[in-house]
Design a protein around this ligand. Sequence first.
Ligand SMILES: *Cc1c(COP(=O)(O)O)cnc(C)c1O
Length: 436
Amino acid sequence: MNELSPLPAAALFDAFTYKDGVLHAEGVDLTRIADAAGTPCWVYSHGALESRYRAFDAAFAGIPHLVCYALKANSNQAVIRTFADLGAGADIVSEGELRRALAAGVPPERIVFAGVGKTAIEMAVALDAGILQFNVESEQELERLSAVATGLGRTASVALRVNPDVDAGTHAKITTGTAENKFGIEIDQARAVARRTAELPGLRLSGIAMHIGSQLTSVEPYRAAFGRLVGFARMLMSEDGHKLERLDFGGGLGVHYQHAPPVDLAAYAAAAREALAGFPGTVVLEPGRWMVADAGILLARVQYVKRGSLKTFVILDAAMNDLIRPALYDAWHPVRPVAEPKPGAVPETVDVVGPICESSDVIAVGRAMPPVAQGELVAIGVAGAYGAVMGSTYNSRPLAPEVMVKDGAFSVVRARPSYEELIASDRLAPWQIHRP
Ligand SMILES: *Cc1c(COP(=O)(O)O)cnc(C)c1O
């Protein structure tokens, strides 16, 4: 097989389509899910998740690779289990994510631990679990890991996360690969840190890692960064005698929200193959968003349509505490009525908002969409990534439940907490408890 020729991209499964005038998730009428789970609620398609994992994995066929799904995009147990059943590993950034990955059945030898701020306790728990590798981002972190590993009588496998100083051309809040941000070790300093890794007890330098940002829609920054990373790794091996087993290319592949097309998976994989040509080890890949974004929607019900002199507001029962991306990143999500619009329905320009007492509580601003009426359902699309995981209970709104659909059946995979549960972890201070 020619390592340089990309495989044809497999068609990705679009789970959310109209059928008999109603938006369905796989074979399930979304009005049935709204009736059973209430709104707002998240709906994920098992088939869409599976199709994305398989396509991604197939794009790297023929080269030793490990797909470590980045849990932070969506860490529901049912989502992680879907990928684990297909052979995925996990990219984690906290002890909580480590526990979620293990609980969902991800083998520890397929777990990589990323993040700039690992605590000593997190390191110890991950060493005890026997994870594959720590992606280390600073010299102080290296020293702490050495001390923790030595104390436990273990050896930590280390990949140094270098910062290839490539501008990913993405939103400032999600770019990570330039010298201006907190992530990674600057590539000019990394050679000395590699030497230090080899000297410190309890550590084994096993790889080099990178992650240049999120929602990249062009392959070019990847091509540049892969080239720099592999060049640096080859230099460490040939000139400094380090034995590297793995290169970790991170995640960041973009999906199609509004204008920019999704990154071309085949071209991305081809750029990786080209850069790796002849590299003797395994490549680790950490896609998050790309695996889950299109596989999920947020289902909400229109509470009011408020017509002002300047604007019309569609007020939903979903809010920024459920989906914060529009408020935080000015993100654009498609909003579709669940009842299929009549042919020729004249779009109306509206602001789709939530009920929270903040002007930033928006889902879509100035959006031309088919008219919707009070009581109707809408589906906020491309919401499977960085949706439920970023949810909060602001305004004392319970976290929205999550539902997974597979082949015409559905299951609640996280229930909506009760109000008792919402309040239960608060305590009065002792001096507030009145005694009779
Ligand atoms: C967030 C993150 C990912 C996943 O990023 P996506 O844009 O969701 O693919 C992968 N690796 C690291 C180190 C991350 O911080």
